[in-house]
Design a protein around this ligand. Structure first.
Ligand SMILES: C[S@@+](CC[C@H](N)C(=O)[O-])C[C@H]1O[C@@H](n2cnc3c(N)ncnc32)[C@H](O)[C@@H]1O
Length: 297
């Protein structure tokens, strides 16, 4: 059975982006993935067109197939969202959506070593043309730098011990597989941490993925450009999955909204979070937060 990514906070996203059903409108879905959110919008608003961005060609193929009968209302673009928005026409979109991070597809089907539960080549690239992969980071970053990545992007308190263990292991042979790395991490941390709430490799794997794809560096420039690309009265919705992402979004919107002649108004003083029911039905949604702003001028 194919495992589909379940669109997180779908009701809340649909409500808060406020598309006018009577008018032709354009949504930029910056993180289309398999197209869960895009489909909800296309089905609800027959006059809506969606520009669907994704850097990952493999997952994008699924979205293209999914929307082939939508009469050209879905336009895929294979790009990083910050690159696309930087060049996009000002005031050309009615709504812009970000659903940050990666999809279940990446863990379950991509075979790129995103999951520490699988034995796959360590890769984690969304863009296969770039040189930097998880394998390169793990085997070639100096130990100190590796520890910093694991600490900053994984908020991993045992980052130094983990980096030291990786360094010892790679002196014997290159670390090539996800399961192999998970094993090294498992044995490098204190016993009580090995059997804690989450697998001890969770944070390190998150950190590697963020470093490979420069995920956090892309958020603020993309939001800056998104405001420019939005029409007056249009809305931006951002779904984050961990505090590192959410902090960037929250502070950027706060700073912008506090300017003397602000271009945006914050519509979510507190972020929208999933209901208990959604958390029960879709475990990965548990940590999600939605922040929404409206363009004023
Ligand atoms: C959480 S998934 C989106 C799921 C989608 N909203 C759905 O409901 O099916 C995020 C997607 O965005 C892509 N992605 C992540 N960061 C990106 C970036 N900076 N630029 C372009 N695509 C990105 C990933 O490849 C992934 O497919």
């Amino acid at each position: 059975m194919e495992i589909l990514h379940y669109p997180v906070l779908h009701r809340e996203v649909l409500e808060s982006l406020m598309i006018d059903p009577e008018k032709e409108a354009r949504l930029i879905d910056c993180t289309t993935g398999e197209g869960g959110h895009t489909q909800l919008f296309l089905d609800k608003y027959p006059k809506l067109n969606v520009t669907g961005l994704d850097r990952d060609k493999e997952i994008q193929k699924k979205a293209i197939e999914r929307f082939k009968d939508y009469n050209g209302r879905f336009t895929p673009v294979n790009t990083w969202f910050d690159d696309y928005l930087r060049e996009a026409d000002p005031e050309s979109a009615d709504a812009i959506l970000f659903d940050l991070g990666i999809s279940i597809f990446h863990y379950e089907e991509s075979e790129r070593g995103f999951s520490f539960r699988k034995e796959e080549k360590l890769d984690m690239r969304l863009n296969p043309d770039q040189h930097l992969s998880a394998e390169v980071i793990v085997n070639e970053y100096p130990q100190e730098e590796l520890a910093d990545v694991i600490y900053r992007f994984g908020e991993e308190r045992y980052s130094r011990r983990i980096a030291r263990a990786i360094d010892e292991a790679r002196q014997q042979k290159r670390i090539e597989f996800s399961g192999e790395l998970a094993e090294i991490i498992f044995h490098s941390v204190p016993r009580e941490y090995r059997y804690g709430r989450i697998h001890p490799a969770t944070r390190t794997f998150q950190a590697l993925r963020i470093e490979v794809n420069k995920e956090l560096d892309r958020i603020k420039p993309a939001l800056e450009s998104a405001i420019k690309v939005l029409k007056k009265g249009g809305r931006i919705g951002v779904i984050t999955f961990h505090s590192l992402e959410d902090r960037i979004v929250k502070w950027y919107f706060k700073e912008e909204a506090a300017k003397e002649n602000p271009q945006i108004k914050i519509l979510t003083k507190k972020p929208i979070v999933p209901t208990d029911e959604e958390c029960r039905e879709n475990a990965p949604s548990r940590s999600s937060k939605l922040r929404v702003v409206e363009k004023l001028v």
